[in-house]
Design a protein around this ligand. Structure first.
Ligand code: ZN
Length: 94
């Protein structure tokens, strides 16, 4: 998911802070490179990044809200399955 991550890093959209992008990159590392689906627990993400689960929720919400990942409606264990997507972004850099 290298292209997804690098595009995310370059996005200038408001609300996509460096912390949100780092969470995105960490999620991207867990994604299936063939179809962009990903399931990784917020407890796991919090442990990797040294942040609370509520920070993970907050930052993931920013990624979902701006169209960088969508909920597939499926679950794997207790984790939701998301699909990483590159939004039709108007920031001028995507
Ligand atoms: Zn953008």
């Amino acid at each position: 998911m290298k292209r997804w991550t690098l595009t995310l890093f370059g996005c200038n959209r408001k609300g996509l802070t460096p912390s949100v992008k780092i969470l995105g990159a960490t999620i991207g590392q867990h994604a299936d490179y063939r179809d962009g689906t990903v399931y990784v627990g917020s407890d796991r993400l919090g442990a990797i990044l040294g942040i609370s689960e509520s920070k993970v929720f907050e930052r993931r919400k920013a990624l979902k809200g701006s169209g960088w990942m969508v909920d597939t409606g499926r679950t794997k264990g207790r984790a939701k399955v998301y699909k990483l997507t590159i939004p039709d972004c108007e920031c001028g850099n995507c």
